[in-house]
Design a protein around this ligand. Structure first.
Ligand code: FAD
Length: 490
């Protein structure tokens, strides 16, 4: 497989930077104007900011309560997490009904619960707490979890998606298969999802259809580097089965990016799929690249090279979804535990942003052989992508903008509003929503990633939610950091 040197980081000139800044500010202002219409994560963070005790505790409860099996432990968990927290902090200009409900309900609930220590010992689980607090708390917390789940099953998800303007890529919840029964169940769910998605909108071209996203760790219990030599064949067979069905159905299928130590295996398997003659004419084959990897530029160069070879051999272009990466905390922790000399990921957020822009530039320069899909909830990052596409004359139908279900709705609505006002010189690209489908009990790993991602002080969504920061201040801070020189060592 070819590895290319990274291209130099982008350094916008003064005129470019002014145009970029103006577009980004308009986008942030338009997003803030849309904000009131969507109850998404950005709005929830305004009501219960994660840097305050209440926000963090509520998110932790949302993750832990649905998988706690018995009533006494659930009571103990609630008593512990609702212990002295000042819920009056759920206030502010945008708190609205959600803030009022939290301010009223939480202290009342806490008053009915036993002392945290008694509850942990199981000695004081009051009937009142069980009868009143638990159902209410479960309902609120399931509502938070449900924020991230599009639907419980693929049929309902397709019905719902049919009523929404954007296209979707369905992610069947369940990853990191712990054994063959898990892996078999996930493979079956992927096959069923492909069949269901393939049955709708059959007359549309591949990229105008709903699609699916899959995780390799879901379909094989030992998707690990030391076992790869032995398990490669089985993995490829499973992957080919899924891709074959998606190709027959004419829908897009994206291979998600997971942890760094799985990257080389993922690229090798993807290369094999791209060369597979039986899949050659299918334009739906897609993969995800993570900009936070130090190796991101060479990963993107490898994917461009795979795409070129495929097209040169008479095959269809591939799709490449560019993300920043969802496993940052885990990557840093793992590198520390292993005592590695270096981290596999950048350790300054600005370097990840600069890397994203660099990768975006490389992808937009290769639209003849691939279809870039830019997945981000950062308005400044989107402004960079749109400026780059406009400068290069890349048509808006040659790429996509993607968001996660439960996040970025206001941002995508703002893009629509700007396009209507004629503020997007290149026009509006297709927008797609990554939509997790499944039961809340399978949401755990996904929800933890969203909580960590949005809880970080550098998170754009979190800074966006800060009413003290004007649009210009927010954009300037992002752009100043973004053009800062890249760090050489962690
Ligand atoms: P920002 O707030 O601008 O960026 C946050 C990101 O910056 C963090 O997530 C992290 O990547 C990075 N970061 C944070 N702190 C630091 C630091 N100190 N140093 C360096 N970098 C830092 N993720 C995957 O890993 N695999 C996937 O397959 C995948 N699929 C996705 C599909 C879609 C449609 C979307 C929208 C997201 C997907 N993601 C995936 C998740 C994605 O990686 C995160 O949502 C994204 O990183 C958040 O970036 P942002 O630009 O929205 O926000």
């Amino acid at each position: 497989m070819t590895q290319a040197d990274p291209s130099p980081p982008p350094s916008p000139g003064a005129a470019d930077r002014a145009a970029l800044r103006a577009l980004a500010i308009r986008l942030v202002e338009a997003e803030r104007a849309q904000r009131g219409h969507a109850l998404d994560l950005a709005r929830m963070l305004q009501v219960l900011p994660l840097e305050r005790e209440g926000g963090t505790r509520l998110m932790r409860l949302a993750e832990a309560l649905p998988r706690t099996p018995d009533a006494p432990t659930r009571i103990a968990l609630l008593a512990d997490k609702l212990d002295p927290v000042d819920w009056s902090e759920a206030a502010g200009e945008h708190a609205g009904a959600l803030g009022a409900a939290v301010r009223a309900a939480m202290p009342a609930a806490r008053a009915m619960l036993p002392d945290a220590r008694d509850a942990a010992a199981g000695t004081a689980s009051s009937p009142l707490a069980r009868a009143l607090v638990m159902p209410a708390a479960r309902a609120v917390l399931e509502r938070i979890g449900a924020q991230f789940v599009h639907a419980n099953d693929i049929g309902t998800a397709l019905d719902r998606a049919g009523r929404e303007a954007a296209l979707h890529s369905f992610d069947m919840l369940g990853e990191g298969a712990r054994g063959w029964p898990d892996a078999d169940r996930n493979q079956r769910r992927y096959l069923d999802a492909i069949a269901a998605v393939g049955a709708v909108d059959r007359d549309r071209p591949c990229h105008a259809r709903q699609g699916v996203s899959i995780k390799l760790s879901a379909i094989h219990p030992r998707f690990e580097l030391p076992r790869f030599g032995r398990e490669r064949g089985a993995l490829l067979e499973r992957l080919r089965a899924l891709c074959g069905r998606a190709a027959d159905a004419g829908i897009p299928l994206n291979v998600d990016a997971e942890e760094h130590d799985r990257l080389s295996m993922t690229l090798e398997l993807f290369d094999a799929l791209a060369r597979d003659a039986s899949l050659a004419g299918w334009p739906g084959l897609g993969i995800v690249a993570q900009a936070y990897q130090r190796s991101s530029a060479s990963t993107v160069a490898t994917l461009v090279s795979i795409a070129r070879s495929r097209v040169a051999a008479g095959g269809a272009p591939i799709a490449v979804r560019l993300v920043k990466g969802a496993y940052w905390d885990a990557e840093v922790k793992r590198a520390q535990e292993l005592g590695l000399d270096d981290y596999p990921v950048f350790v300054r957020k600005a370097d990840t942003d600069a890397s994203y822009a660099r990768c975006a530039r490389a992808l937009l320069g290769a639209t003849g052989v691939l279809r870039p899909q830019f997945a981000t909830h950062n308005a400044v990052t989107i402004a960079c992508v749109l400026r780059e596409a406009a400068t290069r004359g890349v048509a808006p139908d040659a790429f996509e903008l993607q968001r996660l279900h439960g996040m970025g709705a206001a941002l995508h609505a703002a893009l629509g509003a700007l396009a209507t006002d004629g503020a997007l010189s290149g026009g509006l690209p297709l927008r797609r929503v990554y939509a997790p489908v499944g039961e809340q009990r399978d949401l755990l790993a996904y929800l933890i990633r969203r909580i960590l991602e949005n809880g970080a002080s550098t998170s754009f969504v979190r800074r966006f939610a800060d009413p003290e920061l004007s649009a210009a201040e927010l954009v300037d801070a992002e752009l100043d950091a973004f053009v800062a020189p890249e760090e050489t060592a962690p």
